[in-house]
Design a binder for this molecule. Structure first.
Ligand SMILES: Cc1cc2nc3c(=O)[nH]c(=O)nc-3n(C[C@H](O)[C@H](O)[C@H](O)COP(=O)(O)O)c2cc1C
Length: 543
């Protein structure tokens, strides 16, 4: 008996709705009733019908078992991220960025105080804790404008002086038009670079004339043939625009390396079709690999071709390190052809994306710091480090993040999500749904009106400026005049055994030219057994 009552209890909300619908219906038969009687009757009749639909549908078991009340579950599911973020999340819980990290960007972007009271909330004795070794004798003052580096090797006719901190690749399509305009105007105000992402150069990128790095993905958007291959003539036309300062071939992206993409026909607006140079009404594919080159040697030839077609602008590539032997094959192709890219951007698996399969986000690709160290040291090992500048991207938000990356080997840093926060992203994690609540990552014209490009461009500018001011202060505290003086022993790390050791003690170390000797594989095997075998087996003709 008790069991039957308990089992029936789940229908109580629906039964109550029917009961009140009848009651309010009867009330309507009486002479004296107000407008609210109609409202109650309407509401309970509506809920009774909803309950009937719930028990007769077959898609959602929960609604079949819990008519009417089951909808609360779906309602709470919708609000769950917000409830978590506003009420439950702790200050240093990373999802993927902690409240503290986001607050830092918001404060710097608004020009508000970024100071913290009463000391650190971090446990400084926890393994993995890192700190900058400061000096007893800090002198000097570093301005944001001092923190720049020149990109462009011997074969480059138009070197570019890039800021130490720039907007990472995010295409028009993944970001709204208003977000792109805010980023580009901020970049113009602060004199830093804005990477177009692989969606090509849109009118919104061009409106404020901020420095652009044009990224070419495997879809060659903006310079493709009808079949989707690279079109040299179209490339030369866009690349010659003075606003474009560097050309970046995107080999892979940390959040989804080795994964292509499809832009469904339904999402291709006339504007996107014009920007990318693709037809309307047909799915648009970005293949996982490039069709313009199929081997390390061909990559070097492609770099040479782009350099010529762009009139001598710096040309480089972006990749997330995967198979180490493939990176070694690229190095050997540089040695063989004497073609050296002007820059390489190392992206980390911790990096962001608009949308990617969960297995790729969590389990494919090398994290940024590991990839960076490998590339930095092996370039030293083959004697080419002086000719190539290294950029990095992967969860870089604060001045310490920049200092650490430069200490490991980077020449400059890019941030994608940091600048998204600066234009108002609240980490709602709905980029893939087109329902971004702040108008940053949506193509919905109504939603993006919420983002005022003019106002947010100032935030972009201030975030960049205040981060570099903080970086300047860090460098002075550690006795340096520029990030190029930082080396890995400037950072101390508490290891798994609780001992504090300079960062370089755990990282790959090579002397200049060490990989050009016969014993190259022995030097590499000292870092970990097998690394030298990758080197020995790599050839410049194959990946
Ligand atoms: C919304 C969004 C769109 C992105 N689009 C591109 C892209 O078109 N091309 C690319 O190379 N990387 C793209 N990325 C990756 C970033 O450029 C960057 O490499 C990565 O997110 C690491 O930076 P972060 O940790 O600062 O976000 C995108 C990232 C985000 C968050």
């Amino acid at each position: 008996m008790f069991k039957t009552i308990r089992s029936f209890s789940r229908y109580i909300p629906w039964v109550l709705c029917i009961f009140f619908a009848i009651l309010s219906g009867l009330h309507l038969q009486m002479r004296h009733h107000g407008i609210d009687a109609y409202l109650w009757f309407g509401l309970f009749t509506f809920l009774s019908v909803v309950g009937f639909k719930d028990v007769t549908q077959k898609k959602h078991a929960i609604l079949r078992n819990y008519p009417v009340s089951g909808h609360l579950r779906f309602l709470f599911e919708t609000f769950r991220p917000e409830i978590r973020q506003y009420l439950l999340e702790s200050d240093n819980e990373k999802l993927p960025f902690s409240r503290n990290q986001r607050a830092l960007v918001y404060q710097r972007a608004k020009g508000a105080s970024d100071k913290r009271p009463l000391g650190t909330i971090e446990d400084t004795y926890k393994s993995g804790t890192e700190w900058l070794a400061h000096t007893i004798n800090p002198v000097g003052h570093i301005q944001p404008g001092d923190l720049r580096v020149t990109v462009g090797g011997a074969s480059c006719l138009k070197p570019y002086s890039i800021s130490i901190f720039n907007v990472s690749a995010m295409s028009f399509g993944s970001l709204s038009a208003n977000a792109i305009m805010a980023l580009n105007k901020g970049a113009k105000m602060g004199g830093f670079a804005h990477d177009t992402g692989e969606g090509s150069v849109s009118d919104y990128h061009r409106r404020y004339d901020g420095d652009l790095i044009w990224e070419l993905g495997s879809g060659y958007f903006g310079c493709r043939t009808a079949e989707g291959h690279f079109d040299p003539k179209k490339f030369a036309k866009v690349a010659s625009e003075p606003q474009i300062k560097m050309i970046e071939i995107k080999i892979s992206q940390g959040a989804k390396p080795g994964h292509g993409g499809v832009l469904p026909a339904a999402k291709i607006t006339p504007e996107i079709a014009r920007t990318r140079g693709i037809p309307m009404g047909v799915d648009c594919n970005s293949p996982a690999g490039h069709s313009a080159f199929h081997s390390p040697l061909e990559l070097m030839q492609f770099i040479t071709q782009l350099r010529e077609l762009s009139g001598g602008k710096p040309v480089g590539f972006k990749l997330c390190i995967g198979k180490i032997s493939e990176w070694f094959a690229i190095l050997k192709a540089m040695l063989e052809t004497k073609v050296v890219p002007d820059f390489i951007v190392i992206d980390g698996s911790e990096g962001g994306t608009g949308a990617a399969p969960v297995e790729f986000v969590d389990h494919v690709g090398t994290p940024m710091r590991d990839g960076l160290r490998l590339v930095h040291m092996t370039l030293i090992g083959v004697g080419l480090r002086e000719q190539v500048k290294l950029g990095v991207a992967g969860k870089i938000i604060s001045a310490f993040d920049i200092a650490r990356a430069c200490a490991i080997g980077a020449d400059w840093c890019n941030s994608a999500r940091g600048f998204m926060f600066a234009v108002g992203c609240i980490q709602a994690r709905s980029c893939h749904t087109d329902l971004c609540p702040t108008g940053v990552a949506t193509q919905d014209t109504m939603r993006q009106q919420a983002l005022d490009p003019e106002d947010k461009s100032h935030r972009v500018f201030h975030y960049h400026q205040n981060t570099l001011i903080a970086l300047g202060e860090l460098l002075v505290a550690a006795g340096f005049a520029h990030t190029d003086e930082l080396t890995a022993n400037a950072i101390i790390r508490r290891n798994e055994r609780g001992i504090a050791v300079p960062l370089d003690k755990n990282l790959l170390q090579l002397e200049s030219g060490e990989l050009l000797t016969r014993d190259a594989h022995i030097h590499l095997n000292q870092h970990f057994d097998g690394l030298g075998d990758y080197w020995s087996s790599a050839t410049h003709t194959h990946w």
